[in-house]
Design a binder for this molecule. Structure first.
Ligand code: C2O
Length: 574
C-alpha cells in the first residue's frame, strides 16, 4: 500500500518535473510556480516543504491580508451552506508581487454601455463565452471569477493571524478591492481573445441615458435568468430602491411608484447627495477605517456603497427569490450575473470622479495603503497586490470615456417653503430616544442638539458637520434600510428628491451569524454608526443658526422591526 503510494507520488513528480522543464523553456520563470500550485492540489504533502506561506507574513499591525489557508464556508446565507473556495489551497501557490503594466501600452478605455458598437459587443461576447467554457480548475473560469466575490464579500477567508473573517464590504476596503477584482477580470477577458486593449464597459446608472438595464445585458451571453422581470427596460432604475414596505407582511420590494421623469429626477438628486452634499470628507465617501487586530470590520460604509451600490444590487436581483433577491441582490451570488461587472465599473468610475472633484485626495494611512489581496492574472500568475498599487488608473493603463454628470448641479430643494416648515417645527413635542436603544418599527422623530451654530465658511470647509445615527443594531441576517431626514414637516411625503434627505442606511442581508457560530469565528462587531455630512443641507434649510434640528428616521424595510438605534448626535469631521 505504502509502496504503491510512493510510486504514485514519484510518478507524478516526474511528470511535474518534466512539465516544469518544458515551461521553463517556453515561459517566464514565474509561470512554473503558479502551475506547480495547481499540481500541488494533487500532491499536497510532497511540495508542502516548498510552500511560500511564510512569505505572507506582514510586519505592520493594522495591515489586512487574507489568510489563504483558512478558506471556509461563505457567510452568504443563513439557511443554506455556500462554499466558494478554490479547488486547491491557494497558500500552496507561489505568488508574484504585482507589476504595473507596461506604460507604453495604449490605455484600455472603458465606455458607457449605451455607446457600445456591434464590433465591441462581438468581442466581449467571444471572451465571456470562452470564459464560461473553462473548467473550474482554471482560475480564469467564469465560476472562479464569480467566486472571488463570494470569497471576499462574504468572509470565506479569515484575516491573517486571526480567526476573524475578512470582509471587503462596509469599510474603506470597498473601492480598492473591487477595483482589483475588475482590473484582473478585464485583463483575463482580453487575454482569452488575445486582445490587450480589451476594456470592460460601465453601466452609467447615474446619468439619464444609463438609467435602464443596458440592452446588451438583455441578450445572451450577458442575459441572466435571476433578475426581476418587472425591472426590464424601459423600467427606470430606482437608485433608492427599498425592499419590503414596513407595513407589509411579505418580503416583497417596494416600487417607488414614480413616473419615469420623476424617477430620473429623483435619481439625479440622490446622486448629488451621495457624491457631493453628503460626501465632503474622505471617511463619508470611502467608509470607515478597517484594520487588522480590531476584531472584525469597523462596519461603516461610505455614501456610494450604501446607495446606489447596494440599492442597484437589490433592484436588479430576482423577485422570485424574495428573501434576498439572488443573484444580484446578495453578495455571495452577485458576481454570477454578468451585469455585476459593468455595475462595478461604474462604481469604480465614480470613485475616480469623486477623487477628482475633491482635489485628488487619497487616504494616506499606511494600514490602508499596504493592505493586500491575491488575484490571478491573465497569465495564470497569482499576484499579491496592495491598495497603494491601485490608486492611479493611468498607471493601471485604463481610463473611462468622459460622460457628463448632470447630477453635479442637481442641488435639491426643500419640500415646503422654509417659513411654513419653521412654524410647524416650532410647535412640535419632543419624542426622546429610550436609553437602551429604540426599535425602528415605526417612524422615529427626535430633536438633536448642535454644539456649534453659525460657523464661518472657513470653519465649515475645514470641519464638516456630521449627523451620527449611532449604535445601529442590525438583527441577525436581515436586510435593513432606513432613510434619514432633517427638519421634515410631513414624513409620509418624503423621498430623496427633497433637500430634507440627509442619507440612507442600507444593510444587505449579512447572513453571517450561523456560519460564524458553527466555525467558531470571532463574531463580527455588530453595532454600526451611520455618519451623514449635513453642513450643506443645513444651509439650504436655513437651519444653520438653530441650536437644534429635528431628525426623522423612516424605516424602509421589514428588517427595521427588529433593528435598534442607540441615539443621534452631532459630530465634526476634518
Ligand atoms: Cu462586493 Cu457590488 O459588491
Amino acid at each position: 500500500m505504502e509502496a504503491k503510494k510512493l510510486g504514485l507520488v514519484l510518478g507524478i513528480s516526474t511528470i511535474v518535473a518534466a512539465f516544469t522543464m518544458v515551461l521553463h523553456l517556453l515561459e517566464a520563470p514565474q509561470v512554473q510556480h503558479a502551475l506547480l500550485g495547481e499540481f500541488n492540489f494533487i500532491i499536497p504533502a510532497m511540495l508542502k516543504g516548498a510552500s511560500s506561506s511564510g512569505k505572507y507574513q506582514q510586519g505592520k499591525a493594522g495591515v489586512l491580508l487574507p489568510n489563504l489557508t483558512s478558506c471556509h464556508e461563505s457567510m452568504g446565507r443563513s439557511d443554506l451552506p455556500v462554499y466558494c473556495c478554490p479547488p486547491m489551497n491557494q497558500s500552496d501557490v507561489a505568488f508574484i508581487d504585482f507589476q504595473f503594466p507596461d506604460p507604453s501600452l495604449p490605455l484600455r478605455v472603458r465606455r458607457p454601455t449605451h455607446l457600445l458598437d456591434e464590433n465591441y459587443i462581438a468581442k466581449y461576447k467571444k471572451a465571456i463565452t470562452i470564459m464560461k467554457s473553462l473548467p473550474d480548475t482554471d482560475p480564469r473560469s467564469y465560476t472562479r471569477q464569480a467566486n472571488l466575490h463570494c470569497l471576499f464579500c462574504t468572509g470565506a477567508y479569515n484575516q491573517q493571524h486571526s480567526n476573524s473573517p475578512l470582509n471587503i464590504h462596509r469599510s474603506w476596503l470597498f473601492f480598492p478591492w473591487h477595483r482589483m477584482l475588475i482590473y484582473f477580470h478585464e485583463r483575463i477577458l482580453g487575454g482569452l481573445i488575445g486582445d490587450d486593449t480589451f476594456a470592460l464597459p460601465f453601466w452609467p446608472w447615474d446619468i439619464p441615458e444609463g438609467m435602464v438595464i443596458p440592452e446588451m445585458y438583455m441578450k445572451a451571453p450577458f442575459f441572466h435568468e435571476a433578475r426581476d422581470i418587472s425591472h426590464f427596460p424601459p423600467s427606470v432604475v430606482d437608485l433608492d430602491y427599498s425592499c419590503t414596505a414596513p407595513s407589509s407582511d411579505d418580503y416583497g420590494c417596494f416600487e417607488s411608484g414614480l413616473g419615469p421623469e420623476d424617477q430620473v429626477y429623483t435619481n439625479l438628486v440622490m446622486m448629488y447627495n451621495q457624491m457631493v452634499a453628503g460626501a465632503k470628507k474622505m471617511e463619508l465617501f470611502m467608509g470607515c477605517p478597517y484594520k487588522a487586530g480590531e476584531g472584525g470590520s469597523c462596519n461603516g460604509p461610505g455614501t456610494l456603497e450604501l446607495a446606489p451600490h447596494n440599492t442597484v444590487h437589490k433592484w436588479v436581483g430576482s423577485n422570485l427569490n424574495p428573501g434576498s433577491r439572488e443573484d444580484m441582490g446578495v453578495f455571495y451570488s452577485a458576481a454570477r450575473d454578468p451585469i455585476f461587472y459593468p455595475h462595478h465599473a461604474n462604481i469604480d468610475r465614480l470613485w475616480e470622479v469623486w477623487t477628482k472633484l475633491h482635489g485628488n485626495k487619497v487616504i494616506t494611512d499606511p494600514d490602508w495603503l499596504d493592505s493586500s489581496f491575491f488575484f490571478y492574472d491573465e497569465k495564470l500568475l497569482l499576484n499579491k497586490i496592495r491598495i497603494r498599487d491601485v490608486l492611479s488608473i493611468t498607471r493601471l493603463r485604463y481610463a473611462y470615456e468622459n460622460v457628463d454628470f448632470p447630477w453635479l448641479n442637481n442641488r435639491p430643494r426643500p419640500s415646503v417653503p422654509l417659513e411654513v416648515a419653521r412654524n410647524v417645527l416650532k410647535t412640535r413635542q419632543n419624542a426622546k430616544l429610550q436609553r437602551n436603544g429604540r426599535f425602528l418599527d415605526s417612524t422615529l422623530r427626535t430633536r438633536v442638539n448642535r454644539p456649534k451654530v453659525r460657523r464661518t465658511k472657513k470653519e465649515k470647509d475645514e470641519e464638516e458637520e456630521i449627523l451620527v445615527v449611532h449604535g445601529i443594531d442590525v438583527p441577525e441576517e436581515r436586510y435593513v434600510k432606513f432613510d434619514v431626514y432633517v427638519n421634515v414637516v410631513n414624513e409620509t411625503l418624503m423621498n430623496p428628491r427633497f433637500r430634507e434627505f440627509a442619507g440612507t442606511f442600507v444593510h444587505i442581508d449579512p447572513g453571517v451569524i450561523r456560519v460564524a457560530r458553527e466555525a467558531n469565528l470571532e463574531t463580527l462587531r455588530k453595532k454600526t454608526d451611520l455618519k451623514l455630512g449635513i453642513s450643506e443641507l443645513l444651509e439650504d434649510l436655513e437651519a444653520d443658526g438653530d441650536d437644534s434640528i429635528w431628525v426623522t428616521l423612516v424605516p424602509r424595510s421589514k428588517g427595521c422591526f427588529n433593528a435598534t438605534v442607540d441615539g443621534l448626535r452631532i459630530e465634526y469631521i476634518r
